[in-house]
Design a protein around this ligand. Structure first.
Ligand SMILES: [Zn+2]
Ligand SMILES: [Zn+2]
Ligand SMILES: [Zn+2]
Length: 364
């Protein structure tokens, strides 16, 4: 077998490195070979100033990627001295054209970056978008600092690969891509589930994964719609964080996480049980598990006669909502054997009296 020429060897190595730089695999990330880590000091911290961090990061990434063709040309000057690439006038025509384009790309990116960053980023598309959410007297910086504050909270929903992260906070839904940050306010979005894809090959899972694509549309004509992608097992968590419903236009069957599936069957079964009429002198208080809804569950031993079986009578006043009771029930189960879940006995979260699903009554 003939030895590869230095030019071919260099080209192959450069293309591989360039692709890994643009779409960094985990090995590159941990070695710090990404724009974020190389320019970490200049970019600052994402937690301290989320919006400014991504203004700089997106722009720096665009510039760094635009320099890749020029790097290739420079390397080829040394890898193929016989082509005389170092001299523009003696280089072959095709290479001259490549040289022009590889100079033009970073020049154009540089001009764009300069235009964006002028007047403290006033021309950047992200700043223009969030300006439409600003009150006339406060400007986009007030919006940015609201986004920054919400991003720092630990109760945000965050998922996705580094090249397509999805972040949902109380007010905002955001998508971080290689070059940009897309932002929409929760109160004026409409969400549509548009696609579902099965991935058989997921390194750390035995189940095929289902990925959902959700289109984030908005009634604000200045904010362009965008798509977010997530694993179907995170769908329940996403829905909890969103104020708007997700329209399932294509009637996609969603493969939910085990606990979401359980919660669904738990609710269905409990709704067929006897209901409990609240005595007129009692009032329902907020559920002590979530503080979001009023308590609406009472445990009454209905499965067998009072002295029979494993279940005991609970004398607690209603303190829990359906969702929290379902989560409590699921949390006391053998995680390896979900088929036993619905038939098992669980202690009341407050008084420890044992109950089963038949004893869970909705308050009417
Ligand atoms: Zn609750
Ligand atoms: Zn009890
Ligand atoms: Zn029972």
């Amino acid at each position: 077998m003939a030895m590869a020429s230095p030019a071919a060897a260099f080209s192959l190595a450069y293309v591989v490195l360039a692709v890994c730089f643009v779409f960094p695999p985990d090995e590159f990330r941990s070695a710090g070979l990404t724009v974020q880590s190389l320019l970490g000091a200049w970019l600052g911290s994402e937690d301290a100033a989320f919006v400014h961090y991504h203004l700089r990061r997106g722009t720096a990434t665009l510039l760094a990627h635009a320099l890749l063709p020029l790097g290739y040309y420079t390397g080829m000057c040394f890898a193929t001295p016989e082509k005389q690439l170092c001299s523009f006038y003696q280089a072959p025509d095709g290479w001259r054209l490549f040289f022009l384009l590889s100079v033009l790309a970073p020049a154009a990116a540089g001009l764009l970056a300069y235009y964006w960053s002028r007047n403290d980023w006033n021309n950047h598309p992200l700043v223009r978008t969030i300006s439409f959410y600003a009150l006339p007297q406060s400007g986009w910086r007030a919006v940015a600092s609201s986004i920054n504050t919400e991003f720092r909270r630990i109760d945000k929903f965050a998922t996705g690969t580094p090249g397509a992260r999805v972040i949902v906070t109380d007010t905002w839904i955001m998508k971080v891509t290689t070059y940009s940050l897309r932002v929409a306010q929760q109160q004026d979005i409409d969400l549509t589930l548009v696609e579902s894809r099965q991935h058989e090959l997921l390194p750390d899972s035995s189940m095929p994964a289902q990925f959902l694509t959700i289109r984030v549309g908005t009634v604000n004509p200045h904010v362009k719609p965008f798509n977010i992608r997530l694993n179907s097992t995170e769908y329940g968590e996403l829905r909890e964080k969103l104020h708007a419903p997700i329209l399932n236009a294509a009637n996609v069957v969603i493969h939910q996480s085990l606990s979401d599936l359980f919660l669904e069957s738990f609710t269905l079964l409990v709704e067929t049980n006897q209901t409990y009429a609240l005595p007129s002198n009692q009032e329902l208080e907020p559920c002590i598990g979530c503080m979001q809804t009023n308590a609406n569950i009472k445990l009454l031993k209905n499965c067998q006669e009072p002295q029979e079986g494993e279940c005991q009578q609970c004398y607690c006043r209603p303190m829990w909502c359906m969702t929290c009771m379902g989560k409590w029930f699921a949390s006391r189960q053998d995680q390896q054997h979900p088929e036993t879940w619905l038939s098992s006995h669980v202690p009341c979260p407050t008084c420890r009296a044992k109950f089963c699903i038949l004893d869970v009554c909705v308050i009417r």
